[in-house]
Ligand binder design. Structure first.
Ligand SMILES: [Zn+2]
Ligand SMILES: [Zn+2]
Ligand SMILES: [Zn+2]
Length: 158
Protein backbone atom coordinates (compact mmCIF):
# COMPACT_ATOMS: atom_id res chain seq x y z
CA UNK A 1 0.00 0.00 0.00
CA UNK A 2 1.22 3.49 -0.76
CA UNK A 3 2.17 5.51 2.28
CA UNK A 4 0.22 8.75 2.47
CA UNK A 5 1.19 11.90 4.39
CA UNK A 6 -1.83 11.98 6.69
CA UNK A 7 -1.47 11.30 10.41
CA UNK A 8 -2.83 7.89 11.42
CA UNK A 9 -1.66 7.82 15.03
CA UNK A 10 0.66 4.83 14.92
CA UNK A 11 0.44 1.28 13.58
CA UNK A 12 -2.75 -0.79 13.76
CA UNK A 13 -1.08 -4.17 13.79
CA UNK A 14 -0.84 -6.54 16.74
CA UNK A 15 2.35 -7.34 18.62
CA UNK A 16 3.46 -8.98 21.85
CA UNK A 17 0.67 -10.29 24.03
CA UNK A 18 -2.13 -9.17 21.70
CA UNK A 19 -0.58 -11.03 18.79
CA UNK A 20 0.05 -14.14 20.88
CA UNK A 21 -3.53 -14.11 22.13
CA UNK A 22 -4.98 -13.77 18.61
CA UNK A 23 -2.90 -16.71 17.37
CA UNK A 24 -3.91 -18.92 20.31
CA UNK A 25 -7.53 -17.98 19.59
CA UNK A 26 -7.08 -18.90 15.90
CA UNK A 27 -5.54 -22.26 16.87
CA UNK A 28 -8.58 -23.02 19.04
CA UNK A 29 -10.95 -22.07 16.24
CA UNK A 30 -9.24 -24.38 13.77
CA UNK A 31 -9.41 -27.20 16.30
CA UNK A 32 -13.13 -26.65 16.83
CA UNK A 33 -13.61 -26.72 13.05
CA UNK A 34 -11.63 -29.97 12.83
CA UNK A 35 -8.89 -28.26 10.82
CA UNK A 36 -5.17 -28.22 11.38
CA UNK A 37 -3.32 -24.97 11.94
CA UNK A 38 -0.07 -25.88 10.20
CA UNK A 39 3.10 -23.82 10.55
CA UNK A 40 2.70 -21.99 7.18
CA UNK A 41 -0.96 -21.20 7.92
CA UNK A 42 -0.05 -19.84 11.34
CA UNK A 43 2.84 -17.82 9.91
CA UNK A 44 0.60 -16.26 7.23
CA UNK A 45 -1.93 -15.23 9.87
CA UNK A 46 0.83 -13.89 12.11
CA UNK A 47 2.10 -11.65 9.30
CA UNK A 48 -1.43 -10.37 8.53
CA UNK A 49 -2.10 -9.63 12.20
CA UNK A 50 1.24 -7.87 12.59
CA UNK A 51 0.56 -5.74 9.52
CA UNK A 52 -2.95 -4.74 10.64
CA UNK A 53 -3.74 -3.77 7.04
CA UNK A 54 -4.25 -5.55 3.72
CA UNK A 55 -1.16 -7.31 2.41
CA UNK A 56 -0.48 -8.62 -1.07
CA UNK A 57 0.61 -12.24 -1.27
CA UNK A 58 4.02 -11.31 -2.65
CA UNK A 59 4.65 -9.02 0.33
CA UNK A 60 4.08 -12.01 2.59
CA UNK A 61 6.23 -14.29 0.45
CA UNK A 62 9.21 -11.96 0.86
CA UNK A 63 9.15 -12.02 4.67
CA UNK A 64 7.61 -15.43 5.21
CA UNK A 65 10.56 -17.42 6.55
CA UNK A 66 11.19 -16.80 10.25
CA UNK A 67 14.86 -16.54 9.33
CA UNK A 68 14.00 -13.77 6.86
CA UNK A 69 14.13 -16.00 3.80
CA UNK A 70 11.31 -15.95 1.23
CA UNK A 71 8.82 -18.81 0.99
CA UNK A 72 7.69 -20.78 -2.03
CA UNK A 73 4.70 -18.85 -3.48
CA UNK A 74 2.28 -21.84 -3.55
CA UNK A 75 2.87 -22.36 0.18
CA UNK A 76 1.76 -18.82 0.90
CA UNK A 77 -1.20 -18.89 -1.52
CA UNK A 78 -2.47 -22.14 -0.05
CA UNK A 79 -2.13 -20.77 3.49
CA UNK A 80 -4.05 -17.61 2.57
CA UNK A 81 -6.77 -19.66 0.89
CA UNK A 82 -7.12 -21.75 4.04
CA UNK A 83 -7.34 -18.67 6.28
CA UNK A 84 -10.04 -17.17 4.04
CA UNK A 85 -12.06 -20.38 4.12
CA UNK A 86 -11.93 -20.44 7.91
CA UNK A 87 -12.94 -16.79 8.14
CA UNK A 88 -9.64 -15.92 9.83
CA UNK A 89 -8.75 -13.63 6.94
CA UNK A 90 -10.54 -12.08 3.98
CA UNK A 91 -9.52 -11.53 0.40
CA UNK A 92 -10.20 -7.98 -0.80
CA UNK A 93 -10.55 -8.36 -4.56
CA UNK A 94 -10.26 -4.69 -5.49
CA UNK A 95 -6.87 -4.47 -3.72
CA UNK A 96 -5.75 -7.96 -4.68
CA UNK A 97 -4.80 -8.35 -1.03
CA UNK A 98 -5.60 -10.23 2.17
CA UNK A 99 -6.41 -8.88 5.61
CA UNK A 100 -6.83 -10.59 8.99
CA UNK A 101 -10.48 -10.84 10.10
CA UNK A 102 -11.46 -8.35 12.79
CA UNK A 103 -14.73 -10.01 13.71
CA UNK A 104 -13.66 -13.46 14.88
CA UNK A 105 -16.33 -15.82 13.67
CA UNK A 106 -16.56 -18.77 11.35
CA UNK A 107 -16.65 -18.16 7.60
CA UNK A 108 -18.94 -15.15 7.27
CA UNK A 109 -20.05 -12.42 4.91
CA UNK A 110 -17.80 -9.39 5.34
CA UNK A 111 -17.85 -5.75 4.35
CA UNK A 112 -14.86 -3.42 4.15
CA UNK A 113 -14.47 0.33 4.21
CA UNK A 114 -11.35 0.92 2.13
CA UNK A 115 -9.35 4.17 2.15
CA UNK A 116 -8.04 4.93 -1.33
CA UNK A 117 -5.46 7.34 0.12
CA UNK A 118 -3.66 5.36 2.85
CA UNK A 119 -4.94 1.86 2.04
CA UNK A 120 -6.35 1.32 5.53
CA UNK A 121 -9.40 -0.93 5.77
CA UNK A 122 -12.03 -1.41 8.39
CA UNK A 123 -14.17 -4.52 8.57
CA UNK A 124 -17.82 -3.80 9.27
CA UNK A 125 -21.00 -5.85 9.47
CA UNK A 126 -22.40 -6.27 5.93
CA UNK A 127 -25.95 -5.14 5.34
CA UNK A 128 -28.45 -7.98 5.05
CA UNK A 129 -26.18 -10.82 3.83
CA UNK A 130 -29.13 -13.17 4.41
CA UNK A 131 -30.89 -11.45 1.51
CA UNK A 132 -28.00 -12.31 -0.79
CA UNK A 133 -28.19 -15.88 0.49
CA UNK A 134 -31.96 -15.99 -0.08
CA UNK A 135 -31.55 -14.67 -3.63
CA UNK A 136 -28.82 -17.24 -4.25
CA UNK A 137 -31.01 -20.07 -2.94
CA UNK A 138 -33.79 -18.96 -5.26
CA UNK A 139 -31.41 -18.95 -8.22
CA UNK A 140 -30.05 -22.37 -7.24
CA UNK A 141 -26.67 -20.83 -6.66
CA UNK A 142 -24.14 -21.98 -4.05
CA UNK A 143 -22.40 -19.04 -2.40
CA UNK A 144 -18.90 -19.63 -1.05
CA UNK A 145 -18.01 -16.06 -0.03
CA UNK A 146 -19.67 -12.67 0.21
CA UNK A 147 -17.44 -9.60 0.48
CA UNK A 148 -18.69 -6.04 0.09
CA UNK A 149 -16.01 -3.46 -0.71
CA UNK A 150 -16.75 0.24 -0.14
CA UNK A 151 -14.08 2.67 -1.38
CA UNK A 152 -13.50 6.22 -0.15
CA UNK A 153 -11.39 8.15 2.34
CA UNK A 154 -10.83 7.29 5.99
CA UNK A 155 -11.29 9.83 8.76
CA UNK A 156 -7.58 10.65 8.81
CA UNK A 157 -7.32 11.25 5.07
CA UNK A 158 -10.65 12.96 4.35
ZN1 LIG B 1 -14.32 -11.15 9.14
ZN1 LIG C 1 -6.71 6.92 4.90
ZN1 LIG D 1 -4.00 9.66 3.42
Amino acid sequence: MAECEHDHGGPNGLSGHGLHHALVEADARCERAGERMTQPRRRALELLLEAGKPMKAYDLIATFGEDGRPAKPPTVYRALEFLSKQGLAHRIESLNAYVACEMGDRNHAAAFLICDCCGATEEVEPFAPERIQAAADKAGYTVTAVTVEAHGLCGNCA
